[in-house]
Design a binder for this molecule. Structure first.
Ligand code: RUB
Length: 309
């Protein structure tokens, strides 16, 4: 296997969701790009930069919605070196910084977000978010008597990963199908979800169905908080761009053989949806808890990406 094979293997794992969740794919992409760059030592500088850009594109093109992916790649690949050895050193340092920050962010969000969870609370969560689970686990570690209602999260059923993780942690958990969200909301004190992207207007882009939780929470006068590292804010939305919603294969929803028998039926499988800012109480980041209206400040002050218009 050559170096490009390794990078392609990571890209394929992200595409097929063997590696999934906005945080995990960002960390995997950063590490893959670093490892690939380290194999390009013998190239002249111009060729090095071309190869690096090609590799970055392969990683970024795997999944379109989680901005953590292009942000991680951009933060990893940027360098100001004039020779390849220095460039590789910078890229290695960038990757190490990104990966360490991402790991530490989970703990920091856990601490900040757990302040919003009280003894006796029932928390609803959706899909499988390491950031959201960090908040829930931290509250539990603090000795708070809490329980969780976890949605199944069709079609890929990431809720099964969540209930296993919560079970193994000892947190009492109830699994519901996605369509039971509104009925169940009256038993809930707080909704905690993760993020694939946060746009400049404070809207949340997360697993399909998140906006249903948000609407049901608002109707029942329950708060929804979002756990999102600063690298999940989308710089390009500052330029008016929309976050692309990934459409995945119909095979995830219905057996291809059955679908063949139904010529008048088509299947849509959008993987994410958009929850407007007005449904969100707070966004918990590793640098603090912000109202969604402060998305611009977070992008400007903490993400620090150069944005080309
Ligand atoms: C996962 C999903 C998660 C966010 C945040 O979608 O929507 O809520 O990515 O996760 P998919 P984390 O399963 O399609 O990748 O907090 O772990 O980054």
């Amino acid at each position: 296997m050559d170096a490009m094979d390794d990078l392609n293997t990571t890209a394929e794992k992200i595409k097929t969701m063997e590696i999934r969740g906005a945080g995990r794919i960002a960390v995997a992409a950063s590490a893959a790009l670093r490892d690939y760059a380290m194999t390009l030592k013998s190239l002249p500088m111009s060729e090095f930069n071309v190869k690096l850009e090609e590799a970055a594109k392969i990683l970024v093109d795997t999944r379109p919605t989680a901005v953590s992916l292009p942000n991680a790649v951009a933060l990893t690949k940027r360098h100001s070196a004039t020779n390849v050895y220095d460039a590789i050193d910078e890229i290695k340092a960038n990757a190490e910084k990104f990966i360490t920050n991402a790991e530490q962010a989970l703990g920091k969000m856990g601490k900040i977000g757990a302040e919003r969870i009280h003894d006796g609370d029932v928390i609803m969560t959706h899909c499988n978010s390491h950031a959201a689970l960090s908040i829930i686990k931290t509250a539990f570690d603090q000795g708070k008597d809490i329980s969780v209602i976890a949605t199944e999260s069709r079609p890929r059923r990431q809720g099964f990963i969540t209930i296993r993780e919560l079970n193994d942690y000892g947190i009492p958990t109830t699994l519901i199908v996605d369509s039971a969200v509104r009925l169940t909301m009256k038993e809930v004190d707080l909704v905690v979800v993760g993020a694939d992207s946060i746009s400049i207007n404070g809207a949340l882009i997360n697993k399909i169905g998140t906006s249903q939780l948000a609407m049901a929470a608002q109707e029942a006068r329950r708060n929804l908080i979002v756990a999102a590292e600063t690298y999940k804010f989308s710089p390009r939305t500052l330029l008016g761009e929309m976050v692309e919603i990934e459409d995945r294969s119909s095979d995830e929803v219905i057996d291809a053989e059955i679908l063949k028998e139904l010529p008048n039926v088509k299947v849509r499988n959008p993987a994410f949806d958009v929850t407007p800012a007005e449904y969100i109480d707070l966004i918990i980041t590793e640098v603090g808890a912000f109202p969604p209206a402060m998305a611009f400040t977070i992008l400007r002050d903490y993400l620090g990406l150069d944005i080309e218009v």
